[in-house]
Structure formats: C-alpha cells, structure tokens
Design a binder for this molecule. Structure first.
Ligand code: ZN
Length: 292
C-alpha cells in the first residue's frame, strides 16, 4: 500500500526525468479538469516542478494558468517511467494520465484521484487545502502537528495519526510501528497524552518514514534477518521482539475501519479499550474506505 515514503520516491523519480523538460504529448482521463485549464495547453509547456505532500503528488506546468496535475495513489495507483518505444508493464488503455517528453514516457495507472487544476485553485481544494504538515520533509513543522493533534483530542492516537489534515503522510504501517516504539497504546486518548509523549510518537513515525524514503523493502527493524522487518505490523500471534508476549490485533471505531497490531505488555494496552471485531462503519460511503 502506498504511504508517504512511496509517493516521495515516485516524486523523486518523476522529478529527475521530467523537471525542466518540454511536454511533447499529454493525455488525461479525469472526471475533473478545471475550467481555467485547457488540456491542450500542456503540450508545449515545460514541467516546472514535481512535488509530493503525504500521499498526494503534484506536477506543475508552465501554462498560462500554471496548470497543476494532482494525483493521489490510495491503495492502487502507481506512476511508471519508460523510454519511448519501451514496452509497458500495464496496457496503455489502463493509463489515466500519460506525459511524454523527448526522452521519456510517464504513465499513471489506477490512481483513484486525478485532477488538472490551476495553481490558484490548489489552496481552495477540499483535501489539499487542509493537509497537515508533511512528515517526510526536511522542514516538517512539529509544533504545528502537535497543535493540530490537540484540535480533536477526544479520539484515540492511532485514529488521529492517520488523519491527513493533522499530519500528512502517515499510513497504517508506520502508525503501528511508531506507537510500538513510543510504547504507547493505539487506544490511548490524545487528551490523556502529554505534549512530550505526542512529540515522541510523531518523532518515531518521522524517523521511520525518512529511513524508508530511498526504497527497498519497507522496514522498521534493521537486524540481520530480513524476514524480521517489522516490530508488530501484521505479526498477530507471533512473539514480541522485545518481551516475548504474543502480538495481537484490534480495531478502531470510526468512519474508516482501521486495525492496529500491538504488544499489550510493552504498550500497556488495556484490554477493555480494544475492539475485537471490525465495528460497522459510521459512514457507508463505499469509496471512502481509506481516509483521503
Ligand atoms: Zn512486548
């Protein structure tokens, strides 16, 4: 599943191949193209910048209205980069976006969100406009992240960490691993945690995501055995690497049904707080299984 580290890497690769290059071909199959931007203006423009914010990827073009292509990968999306004429890994008919330059072809497959906007529309955007500070960036604003965590204090920390309007870029894997390393119960209520504890949790998540941003198998443990890449994620029934207790899993209430893996001993998890079965989602909107 793409998390902030995957999108950051995709942006790095696309930037290397596209930034500064003139677009020679452009195809988009999107439900939303802004009235201010014309698709045919993209051809002949230059790719000005490629950036990521959490799980969102933005490609800026030098058109009259400074067009921005916004893609969000959710569970399924991916960008590829090929040489012209090279065979694609997926059928061309499946590509929702294709950007061509003299040297490369970059198609995007299965992104649930594709939009072409004018730069001045980005800030008003319903999702992008309210994204929290991006955890992977060098200039990540920890104070702002803590301030946003405190805005909705009555929910559990695991749910709060996945809210992209609080902090952008944390997915389920780094959530459970950071909570384990910070020895905090995923069901601890934000109000009951000190600023120091919140900083420690967010700091762990940031460290893990930055360690993973250059690629390879995602991992949070760096021992000799490559099979032991995680502390608790997807390890239900196995022994905790620290104390030997059995790692367990539980659910969180809310609109987006989410699971956490944890060590009850190391993280001082109170059994009565844990949902043992998936709660019925509050909202039944079928396309909103994952937040953002
Ligand atoms: Zn343990």
């Amino acid at each position: 599943m793409p998390e902030g580290d995957t999108i950051f890497r995709a942006a790095t690769v696309l930037r290397r191949h596209l930034a500064g290059q003139v677009v020679t071909g452009f195809h988009i199959d999107a439900p939303r193209v802004s009235a201010a931007v014309r698709e045919d203006e993209i051809v002949g423009s230059t790719v000005k910048a490629v950036e990521s914010n959490g799980k969102h990827l933005f490609i800026h073009f030098t058109t009259p209205h400074q067009a921005v292509l916004h893609t969000h990968m959710k569970m399924s999306g991916s960008w590829h980069v090929y040489r012209p004429g090279e065979r694609w890994w997926e059928p061309e008919s499946e590509a929702r976006v294709v950007i061509r330059t003299a040297n490369v072809v970059a198609p995007c497959f299965h992104p649930p969100i594709v939009e072409l906007l004018a730069a001045n529309e980005l800030g008003l955007h319903r999702v992008v406009g309210r994204l929290g500070p991006d955890i992977i960036r060098d200039d990540f604003d920890m104070d702002e992240a803590i301030r946003r965590l405190r805005e909705k204090q009555d929910r559990d920390i695991a749910t709060a960490l996945l809210d992209q309007s609080v902090i952008s870029g944390i997915g389920n894997v780094f959530k459970v691993e950071a909570l384990f390393l910070a020895r905090t119960s995923p069901w601890a209520v934000v109000r009951d945690l000190t600023d120091e504890q919140l900083r420690a949790i967010v700091g762990q998540a940031r460290k893990l995501i930055r360690l993973n941003r250059d690629g390879g198998d995602r991992r949070t443990r760096f021992g000799l055995d490559p099979a032991d890449r995680m502390w608790v994620d997807e390890r239900a029934g196995l022994a905790c690497h620290v104390c030997g207790s059995v790692v367990q899993q539980g659910w969180h209430p809310g609109e987006d049904v989410r699971k956490s893996w944890y060590c009850a001993t190391c993280q001082n998890v109170k059994p009565e707080q844990v949902y043992r079965a998936a709660p019925v989602p509050v909202s039944r909107r079928p396309h909103r299984r994952e937040r953002l």
